[in-house]
Design a protein around this ligand. Structure first.
Ligand SMILES: [Zn+2]
Length: 253
C-alpha cells in the first residue's frame, strides 16, 4: 500500500500535485510526523520525506509543503544572505512554487505578484517573453525551472532584467549538468522521448552547462554563482534533505 502510494505521487505532474496537495498535506503532515528530517519552509519534522523524481530520489519531497531539496536550500539562502525577510519588497514570482507561495503570501513585508501561463497559483496569466509589467517595477524576482522550457530563453532573461529596478536582485535557477561547460541544445531534437534522453525531461528544450552564467551576463545581469552548500555541515544537509550539488545564481540588475 505504501509503495503504491509513493509510486502514484511520483507519477503525478507537479501542476496537479499543487491542486491535490491543498487537500492532502494536512493528512500527510500527521502521518509522516517524526524526527529524522526537518523542513525549514513549513517548519515541520518528519520520519521520512516522499521519494520523488526520475530517476527516483529517496526522501526529497516534503509531505508538509511539497518542497524539494532545492527549495529548502533557497529558503535558507534567502534568510541568510538576502533582504527577503527584512525589507519591504515588491516581488514578482514567475511559475510560483507552492512551497514558497503559501509562506510568502503571509509575509507582511512583501508586495507579492505571481505570474504564469497556466498555474492556478498565478494572479497574472502571462508569457515570460512578454511580461505585462512596467520597466523597473520589482525589487526581487523569483523564476525557477522555467527557462529550460522556453524556446527563446534570451528574450525571457531580457524581460526579467527589464521589469527589475536598478540594483534589484533575482533568483532564476535552471536544471544543470555541472560536468558540461557549454549548454547543449539542438532544435532537431523535438520528440518527448528524445528530449527526455538528451535534456533530462520530455518538455525541456536544452540542458544548461556552466556557461549559464555567461548567458545571464549577456542579458545584462551581474551574476554571482554561489556554492552555498559548502557553508553548511553534512549533518544539516542530511537533516534538511538538501541537494547534493547546486549553485545558486544571484542576479543583480
Ligand atoms: Zn515543508
Amino acid at each position: 500500500m505504501k509503495s503504491a502510494k509513493l509510486f502514484l505521487i511520483n507519477k503525478i505532474p507537479r501542476k496537479y500535485l499543487i491542486i491535490l496537495s491543498f487537500l492532502f498535506v494536512k493528512i500527510f503532515s500527521i502521518f509522516f510526523y517524526g524526527h529524522k528530517f526537518y523542513c525549514p519552509i513549513c517548519q515541520k519534522s518528519f520520519w521520512k520525506f516522499f521519494d520523488y523524481g526520475r530517476p527516483i530520489r529517496k526522501n526529497v519531497l516534503c509531505p508538509g509543503c511539497l518542497s524539494l531539496e532545492r527549495h529548502r536550500l533557497l529558503w535558507l539562502f534567502f534568510k541568510d544572505k538576502t533582504n527577503f525577510f527584512k525589507d519591504n519588497i515588491r516581488l514578482l514570482h514567475i511559475a510560483p512554487e507552492q512551497a514558497f507561495y503559501k509562506k510568502i503570501k503571509k509575509m507582511n513585508n512583501v508586495d507579492y505578484v505571481t505570474s504564469d501561463l497556466e498555474s492556478p497559483l498565478a494572479q497574472v496569466k502571462a508569457d515570460i517573453k512578454n511580461l505585462p509589467f512596467d520597466d523597473n517595477e520589482f525589487d526581487v524576482l523569483i523564476c525557477n525551472h522555467v527557462l529550460e522550457h522556453i524556446d527563446d530563453d534570451k528574450k525571457a532573461m531580457q524581460e526579467i532584467w527589464r521589469v527589475l529596478k536598478p540594483n534589484a536582485w533575482a533568483i532564476v535557477q535552471v536544471p544543470m549538468d555541472f560536468s558540461r561547460i557549454k549548454t547543449f541544445e539542438d532544435k532537431n531534437i523535438t520528440s518527448p522521448k528524445d528530449r527526455e534522453k538528451y535534456f533530462g525531461q520530455h518538455d525541456h528544450l536544452r540542458l544548461y552547462g556552466l556557461d549559464y552564467k555567461d548567458r545571464l551576463e549577456q542579458a545584462g545581469f551581474k551574476v554571482d554563482a554561489i556554492d552555498y552548500l559548502t557553508l553548511l555541515s553534512d549533518n544539516r544537509k542530511k537533516y534538511l534533505a538538501l541537494p547534493k550539488k547546486e549553485l545558486i545564481y544571484l542576479l543583480r540588475k
